[in-house]
Design a protein. Structure first.
Length: 153
């Protein structure tokens, strides 16, 4: 299973390169749309536990740039329509520095246009689908987590 500490590293990169300006001391919030129910819920639950462990470890060491990390999990049931619904709601709040998708190619491909239009960053896991060339996309399963990331200027 992919090290969830990569998620924390990606969070730092997102914060550093995205130009997000927030009140000092405010937490860094990542949105996560993963399958918590349905046929692949066990994979989603393991992804959640791994992310929670990595974030707890990072926060115990002072967070990222002195700020704590939080992650908001929403269930997409590995269903593209549910993923679009949950990510649309997350993007509407404008409190997230990145969106972490969860494991399903169909869901990730469905949310990618939304995330890109919002000038948000999308972190995902290794999937079977081809890697699209998108400004918003990077893969946390690779040695170079900023695989398809372009700095937004």
């Amino acid at each position: 299973m992919v090290s969830r500490l990569n998620l924390v590293a990606v969070s730092a990169a997102v914060l550093a390169f995205s130009g997000v300006v927030a009140a000092q001391g405010a937490p860094i919030v990542i949105g996560s749309s993963i399958p918590l129910t349905g046929t692949v819920a066990s994979f989603g639950q393991h992804s959640r536990w791994g992310a929670e462990m990595a974030i707890a470890e990072a926060n115990a060491k002072g967070g990222v740039l002195g700020r704590k990390i939080e992650i908001d999990f929403q269930d997409n049931r590995c269903n593209p329509a549910e993923a679009v619904k949950s990510v649309t709601q997350m993007l509407a709040t404008k409190k997230y520095v990145a969106i972490h998708d969860g494991l399903c190619s169909s869901a990730a491909l469905a949310i990618m246009p939304l995330v890109e239009r919002a000038i948000m960053n999308l972190a995902d896991h290794l999937r079977a689908a081809p890697r699209p060339a998108s400004d918003c996309y990077f893969n946390v399963a690779r040695k170079l987590p900023l695989y398809h990331y372009k700095r937004r200027g």
